[in-house]
Design a protein around this ligand. Sequence first.
Ligand code: DHB
Length: 395
Amino acid sequence: MQRRPFLQFAGLGAIALASAAASLPAMAQASGPFKIGLILPMTGQQASTGRQIEAAARLYMAQNGDTVAGRKVELIVKDDVATPDVTKRLAQELIVNDKVNVIAGFGVTPAALAAAPLATQAKVPQVVMAAATSSITEASPFIVRSSFTLPQVSVAMGDWAPKNGIKSVVTLVADYGPGNDAEKFFTERFALNGGKVVDKLRVPLRNPDFAPFLQKVRDAKPDALFVFVPSGAGAAVMKQFLERGLDKAGIKLIATGDVTDDDQLNDMGEGALGVVTTHHYSAAHPSALNKKFVEAFEKANKGMRPNFMAVGGYDGMRIIYEALKATGGKGDGQALLDKMKGQVFESPRGQVLIDAQTRDIVQDVYLRKVEKKDGKLYNVEFDVLKAVKDPGKAK
Ligand code: DHB
């Protein structure tokens, strides 16, 4: 009489134990921290990119908590000084020693490309938050991009310029991946629309001196100068464009939004007023979500205005967090990657999609003009192309 209940109890206990054992591997995995290795240029010429992205990643974590699906999220920030050899070594150390679940960041194209083979080999997702050469996503099936591509934004200018009285152009680009993309995709579209490309100039990426190039542009007297330089170099271009009197000579400046970078724009002075650019993010984007984002970012960072790099970092964190949630905290590379593909969400920049086929971002591209608002300079959006895919992929 007394043994039955005991046996029943023991039986139940055995079942409970068995099910606990069955879920043990998952529990063991779910108990350790989920590590994100964030490789960024924190010093050197590209340091503003690192500063913006780290601040945005930390803001995302402060707003969304540092525990996801039962896993504590740990951010490990490393400075690669935008030097590919260093990027590669850091990616290797993060994957092998720190056993990170994701590598992320990548301020410039050569850095993103240097890490790609390691992502492939280790099956670790690589979230590219800044670098923007079209071909990057093809360097590894484990790459997902939250930034943009130069073809995406340059084609829009190739359509806008000829419709707005610009018939002849000289192009000036930083001489590496994204600059070559900007030059190619702008000039092809501009020429297709009947525009004349007078000259194509390329400036070195490292310590560029724009003066001799701008003198050449002045002598060529095109209707406009089209520019791409990476984030951080725009203010120098603007200064020398004005100092050499290109505006007074009747030459318009048109560019990708990397030039009228929100990180520097307000310090460029009145000479920047009226400059038209194409890009995927402006701090002045008039959505409720963006207003909240800009306010919170400025509050957390002594008034620093977020630029397009910050948004790439913020959305990259969102992509990682949601993938981790969707895998129930598993953190396995292939499973995470699968849940990154196809994400659709509202970003501070507008609606975005991570294309499941290309793993690249599909987003709105805006026409913007530099204007004064509340005494400050902003890229004010005046037109939009909806849901633009990277034109570099259509081969
Ligand atoms: C890249 C870097 C930038 O700072 C930028 O504005 C665009 C592209 C790059 O190296 O891919």
